[in-house]
Design a protein around this ligand. Structure first.
Ligand SMILES: [Zn+2]
Ligand SMILES: [Zn+2]
Ligand SMILES: [Zn+2]
Length: 162
């Protein structure tokens, strides 16, 4: 499964499998998959879209949880730290990982019109690694965020032009 975000797919199954994978990984590693952590992950999974911490907080509050900002931040930190979600620096927002439990540094394809986000496994990888090695630099993390138009928004843009 790679980058289903822009294609129509069985989204209910998509949410179920990501939550199940997160729950399984937490159980395996002795991590607490608390109710609020699970709920925040579900909220991020609800749409393949980047959400800010305050969007999450608003939704938690709308559900009557009376959550304070640190609650949302801590849950997001937990999800990012353990690979269940990613932080999108460009948008100062978060998105659920579509391959939770796998250590990876995907490239993010971010739609500037609808904020939907897809992961792509084609990072700069080897070429950047070699260039860095040539300078004696050890890369620990690369963040690649590409901004553009998703197929849905590109279609709309074309129609508007016509
Ligand atoms: Zn989905
Ligand atoms: Zn991911
Ligand atoms: Zn879009």
């Amino acid at each position: 499964m790679s980058a289903p975000a822009f294609q129509s797919h069985d989204h209910a199954a998509c949410i179920d499998s990501a939550v199940a994978a997160a729950a399984a990984r937490c159980a395996q590693q002795g991590l607490q998959f608390t109710e609020v952590r699970r709920r925040v992950l579900e909220l991020l999974l609800a749409e393949h879209r980047a959400m800010g911490a305050y969007d999450i907080l608003d939704k938690l509050r709308a559900e009557g949880r009376g959550a304070q900002p640190p609650v949302a931040y801590r849950a997001l930190d937990f999800l990012v730290k353990h690979g269940f979600a990613h932080r999108i620096e460009r948008l100062n927002a978060f998105t659920a990982c579509v391959q939770p439990g796998q250590d990876h540094s995907p490239a993010f394809l971010i739609c500037r019109a609808c904020s939907s986000v897809a992961e792509a496994e084609a990072g700069p990888g080897r070429a950047l690694g070699q260039a860095a090695a040539a300078q004696g630099f050890t890369i620990e993390q690369t963040v690649v965020e590409a901004e553009g138009l998703c197929p849905n928004c590109a279609d709309t843009a074309e129609r508007d032009d016509a």
